[in-house]
Design a protein around this ligand. Structure first.
Ligand SMILES: Nc1ncnc2c1ncn2[C@@H]1O[C@H](COP(=O)(O)OP(=O)(O)OP(=O)(O)O)[C@@H](O)[C@H]1O
Length: 684
């Protein structure tokens, strides 16, 4: 497992019995379809624990292991070191260790569903009783009809009239029960909304790497289509399914009461049904999962194109996108057709086997009547009960087909609900006051989605409180990554980041983010009013505070020039504003938030000279007294930085001579990363 000082594969062990479950090669796509990487390395007195992250895209180990994204601890010599003392030792170092027990024991889908419907238990009990009541009433029909036939064959007209009335009487409560059942149907919306809210909450708490892996369209698809499909089938399962099961069981009891020999003969066809349900059912579930997966991809493609419509239009690639989407939809429809064919075949086979049962009854039952071992009324009653059972079994077969699809939908919904982020939103020490002294110490970083590409290698940086440090370097050298690590969007693979001397991993992530302001080249606004967008930085800000922030951000003039002023709605992502206007609203938002640390990621590079001047003035005010990390491609865009850090290999165009001289004249310290050399002019 070890190469040099790094593990080359990740072993997953069950806990607490430490049975090896699987091994995934690190830094490469694993054969199980997953990726894994080391996130932290912890030395204890007797060995080294590596804390890793694994993304298992397909599940290699059926049934027993279900994590999709998990942190875990493992050691080089393949002997797990997660004994209780070591777990606590690691915990005191704020290491995230996965509870392997949770991974080993799959959370049952039924348990999830139970948790979901628990708040509506009264409703559920009502529905169950109604369904059973309806079934019981229905079950009486064959009994009474059989009795009627026997009475008619004995010629008693008056009695028959009485019995017919009884049947009518029985129909009344049945109708009442059914109307009650359908009225309650609306209440299922509660369950769907609750599930949707739960899934949404689970999604927005995920790590940023989760959003790197999943397209927004796919996630929205899970929130809408999957939840809707799950809800409607589950509702049918509980109402119609329960009624059908009750009717099947009730009819079976009745059938045994009338003639056990006839019933045993009929049941001889049952094993075939059982095999059909089990083997074919498993295959159908697999088909359904695949089709759902394709469905998710198609939603992802559509969502991406629609949200990037300007780029699509600018490249005149509508036809290409239409073809692409049509192809993806074609794949979905092929998969659906294939599944539909098999579901049809499955239902056909179910019907044929049920038909065989009926034929058996007719043939064998008729011979019993001829031999006077069964009355004609009983045979009629038997036939009707068989019919009831048959109808119930057919509807169970149909429901079974639907439930296969719903199972796949539910699995997709609960998969995310059970996925826990590596960096939770809360936990750790809450930050009340921040000075803004930042220290990156020996940081290595690989993006979880690309574990074979090292972005930072032994990165060290000290940003003293109240200073401005500019990160300058070519595209892809890792500047934005440093900002993302500071916000704890990702965790360093190795090394630590300190804020005011405290390891970031010991701090509450949300409270940390409250103290950091971030303005980038393309600030994203929400499709609501300017007022709400500015208030996003401080939801309880008064109108006066909003106006003052807009004034300081040089945004008040253009906002007040709009007919609707602060109530102007800005369109999706702020599309109805210019880049400079969006930028200034983002600055006003940051001013309201009043963070101690500011990250400016190419904040003015997309603007024309006039807008840049206005935005720069606003930024200068915002930067006063703060610790600022400026991300820039070129030195010429950096103004008044105390320290300039040059990232990666430095091509000549980044260090234009004139700019360099000017910066040195401004008193900037200037050094290149990796060798930590303080720069002097003659080195360039
Ligand atoms: N979410 C991500 N998943 C995987 N790799 C990523 C991700 N974001 C960035 N990278 C990769 O990490 C490296 C550093 O990216 P980063 O965005 O930090 O560069 P940068 O210096 O800020 O570039 P630019 O100046 O172009 O914004 C690049 O090779 C990039 O491809």
């Amino acid at each position: 497992m070890l190469h040099g000082d790094k593990a080359s594969s990740l072993s997953i062990w069950s806990f607490p019995d430490y049975t090896p479950i699987t091994t995934i090669p690190l830094c490469s796509k694993a054969s199980t379809g997953g990726t894994a990487q080391i996130l932290q390395q912890q030395s204890t007195s007797n060995s080294t624990v590596y804390i890793g992250a694994a993304t298992l895209l397909t599940l290699g180990i059926r049934g027993s292991f279900r994590p999709v994204y998990c942190e875990m601890a493992f050691i080089p010599d393949q002997r797990p070191l997660l004994s209780t003392p070591n777990r606590s030792a690691a915990k005191t170092k704020n290491t995230l260790i996965m509870d392997m027990a949770a991974a080993k024991k799959p959370v049952s889908l039924w348990r999830d569903i139970w948790d979901l419907i628990k708040p509506d238990l009264l409703l559920l009990a009502c529905i169950v009783l109604t369904a059973i009541g309806a079934a019981v009433v229905h079950l009486q029909t064959p009994v009474i009809t059989g009795e009627l036939i026997d009475v008619l064959t004995s010629g008693a007209k008056a009695a028959s009239h009485g019995l017919a009335l009884t049947i009518q009487e029985l129909n009344k409560p049945a109708i009442k029960l059914f109307s009650l059942l359908s009225a309650q149907g609306n209440r299922w919306k509660n369950v769907a909304q609750r599930l949707r809210a739960k899934l949404f909450a689970a999604i927005i708490q995920q790590d940023m790497s989760f959003f790197d892996r999943h397209q927004s369209g796919e996630l929205v698809g899970r929130l809408t289509t999957d939840v809707a499909e799950f809800k409607s089938t589950f509702k049918q399962l509980v109402t119609l399914g329960l009624k059908s099961v009750t009717q099947t069981v009730g009819s079976a009891i009745h059938l045994f009461q009338i003639s056990s020999s006839l019933t045993f003969t009929m049941l001889a066809t049952m094993p075939f049904l059982y095999i059909l349900l089990n083997i074919y059912g498993a295959y159908l579930r697999k088909l359904s999962r695949y089709s759902k997966q394709l469905d998710g991809i198609s939603s992802g493609v559509a969502g991406e194109v629609i949200s990037n419509m300007r780029t699509v239009r600018a490249f005149a690639s509508e036809e290409r996108e239409m073809d692409h989407y049509a192809n993806v939809c074609g794949d979905v429809s092929k998969a659906n057709q294939h599944m539909g064919l098999h579901i049809g075949l499955f239902q056909g086979l179910t019907n044929v086997s049920i038909g065989c049962m009926v034929l058996t009854v007719l043939y064998y039952g008729g011979s019993l009547v001829v031999r006077d071992q069964l009355s004609s009324g009983d045979l009629m009653s038997y036939m009707l009960s068989t019919q009831t059972a048959q109808q119930s079994l057919v509807s169970l077969g149909v429901l079974f087909g639907q439930s296969i699809k719903a199972h796949a939908s539910a699995a997709r919904v609960f998969e995310f609900i059970h996925q826990h982020p590596l960096v939770p939103l809360h936990g750790g020490q809450a930050l009340v006051q921040v000075n803004g002294d930042i220290h990156f110490h020996d940081v290595d970083f690989y993006y979880p989605g690309r574990p074979d590409h090292q972005v930072l290698d032994r990165f060290d940086l000290h940003v003293a409180q109240g200073t401005t440090v500019a990160l300058c370097g070519p595209s892809g050298s890792g500047k934005s990554t440093i900002a993302a690590l500071l916000e704890r969007f990702y965790e360093p693979t190795h090394g630590q980041i300190y804020l005011d001397g405290q390891d970031l991993t010991t701090l509450d992530p949300s409270s940390l983010r409250h103290h950091i302001g971030f303005i980038n080249q393309e600030p994203i606004l929400f499709a609501t009013s300017i007022l709400e967008n500015i208030r996003y930085g401080k939801p309880d800000a008064t109108m006066e505070e909003v106006r003052e922030a807009a004034r300081q951000a040089n945004a008040a003039i253009f906002i007040e020039g709009f007919p609707d002023g602060y109530d102007t709605v800005v369109g999706e992502r702020g599309a109805s504003l210019s880049g400079g206007q969006r930028q200034r609203i983002a600055i006003a938002r940051a001013i309201l938030k009043d963070p101690k640390i500011l990250i400016l990621d190419e904040a003015t590079s997309a603007l024309d000279t006039q807008s840049e001047k206005l935005v720069q003035e606003a930024l200068d005010k915002l930067m006063e007294g703060k610790t600022v990390l400026v991300v820039a491609h070129r030195l010429s865009t950096i103004q008044n930085a105390d320290v300039i850090v040059v990232m990666g290999r430095v091509p000549g165009n980044i260090l234009e001579k004139g700019t360099h001289d000017q910066l040195m004249a401004n008193g900037s310290t200037y050094f290149q990363l990796h060798n930590q050399l303080v720069h002097t002019e003659n080195q360039y």
